[in-house]
Design a protein around this ligand. Structure first.
Ligand SMILES: Cc1cc2nc3c(=O)[nH]c(=O)nc-3n(C[C@H](O)[C@H](O)[C@H](O)COP(=O)(O)O)c2cc1C
Ligand SMILES: C=C(O[C@@H]1CC(C(=O)O)=C[C@@H](OP(=O)(O)O)[C@H]1O)C(=O)O
Length: 387
């Protein structure tokens, strides 16, 4: 299974094409819309999210609520496009618009300058339109299809916020359903009610100061069978695929599995999870410090992945940069931006991880027809339990 996305931030629409989804998987647009709307929520976002109402149109690959096995295309309209037709439409730019709206001032921390150097664009709008995290709506749409498949295979996934601007959530051990409900109700999508208000205050203060903040999101998965992924080749190691997918999200700078970087200063006896066995579960680990992975394969324990998001680069508080035409230094000033998008990004992270998990499952089991896949996974789970 693979996917491509297309679309500019202020263009007409975003398109996602997913290839390799098995036939006969029950799939409706409500499954996808729920995810899209969740991505739009979260304290700290700017005015753009009040303009958009992300709803999907499934334009191919699904009939009467079931996938066909053919490519699935998903379209999400940009409601903001109507305000940008002179700049983003098909007609040539008028001189007046050129003077007013050509972007020659790169923002530190965004893709503007590198993209201009690479593709030779002197109007950096040609870069920022595609480098914008608006594209994450299209990725969430793909992930929602993957999540729908995983759910029907008994695999549940949830993303939430662990830290915003230095305010950390406590470690709270909850079953997946509670994680889903609690994070959903939280305006900052955290599981820790006690620090929720502090996180919001921090975001509000940062916004007042014209600055931005980042944080840490976590994704938790229950129900993945042991032995998904492989140790035999570098590009089949599922932990590396997942962390790669996390770092591919706009503004994500790192990812860790389980205790991650903490392992650097602990003894082996404090890190590795002891193996146990009982009739009901088969083999399991007594603890889960390694976050559900050993040797690039799932252990059957919950998967725990964290991702760190840097602060948003577009700041009201100006940072120094240099105009690419005049070569004069200037202080960047902006019209609108998110102050903190970690809550929204936790939803994006949930969906990119879901896609990688679903893809790994489809590589390992019969993947043409969903009912056959489901049976094969059930048989495999039983085989592993009785091993
Ligand atoms: C959900 C989400 C919303 C974002 N919103 C903004 C924004 O409003 N302004 C901005 O400058 N960057 C925003 N970003 C981050 C930029 O897209 C990102 O920093 C940029 O593409 C450069 O990529 P890099 O930070 O990964 O190097 C957002 C990221 C995410 C995941
Ligand atoms: C549109 C989304 O996020 C955008 C991501 C983004 C960026 O530079 O990454 C910049 C902002 O866009 P605008 O300049 O139009 O206000 C965010 O709103 C979205 O998440 O759907």
């Amino acid at each position: 299974m693979r996917y491509l996305t297309a679309g500019e931030s202020h263009g007409k629409e975003l398109t996602t094409i997913i290839e390799g989804v098995p036939a006969q998987l029950p799939l409706t647009k409500e499954d996808i819309n729920e995810s899209l709307l969740r991505r739009q929520k979260g304290h700290g976002r700017g005015k753009r999210m009040q303009i958009e109402k992300d709803l999907v149109d499934i334009t191919s690959g699904v009939r009467h609520g079931y996938t066909l096995g053919s490519p699935i295309s998903l379209v999400v309209k940009n409601d903001d496009y109507k305000h940008w037709t002179d700049i983003m439409g098909e007609d040539p730019l008028t001189e007046d618009v050129k003077l007013r709206r050509v972007v020659t001032r790169p923002r530190p921390g965004h893709a503007d300058l590198n993209g201009a150097l690479k593709y030779g664009h002197r109007d950096m709008r040609n870069v920022l339109e595609r480098s914008s995290a608006r594209e994450t709506a299209a990725r969430v749409a793909a992930g929602a299809v993957a999540k729908t498949m995983l759910k029907q295979l008994g695999i549940e996934i949830c993303g939430y916020v662990k830290e915003i601007g230095g305010i950390r959530a406590r470690e709270i051990d909850l079953p997946i359903r509670e994680r889903q409900t609690i994070s959903e109700q939280s305006p900052v999508r955290t599981l820790d009610k006690e620090i929720e208000q502090q996180m919001m205050d921090k975001i509000d203060q940062t916004k007042k100061d014209g600055d931005s903040i980042g944080g840490v999101a976590e994704v938790y998965v229950e129900g993945m069978p042991a032995g998904i992924g492989s140790y035999v080749h570098y590009d089949r190691k599922l932990d590396s695929r997942i962390t790669g997918a996390v770092v591919s999200i706009n503004a994500f700078k790192g990812a860790e599995i389980g205790i991650g970087f903490e392992a650097a200063h602990k003894y082996g006896s404090e890190v590795h999870d002891e193996i146990a066995w009982n009739e009901e579960r088969g083999f399991y680990r007594k603890t889960n410090r390694l976050g559900g992975f050993e040797g690039g394969m799932t252990t059957g324990m919950p998967i725990v992945v964290k991702g760190v998001m840097k602060p948003i680069p577009t700041l009201y508080k100006p940072l120094q940069s240099v105009d690419i035409e005049t070569k004069e230094p200037f202080n960047a000033s902006i019209e609108r931006s998110d102050a903190c998008a970690v809550p929204a990004a936790s939803v994006v992270m949930e969906h990119v991880v879901a896609f990688e998990l679903a893809k790994a499952i489809l590589e390992q089991f019969p993947n043409d027809r969903f009912p056959v896949l489901k049976e094969a996974i059930e048989a495999y789970r039983e085989e592993v339990r009785c091993f």
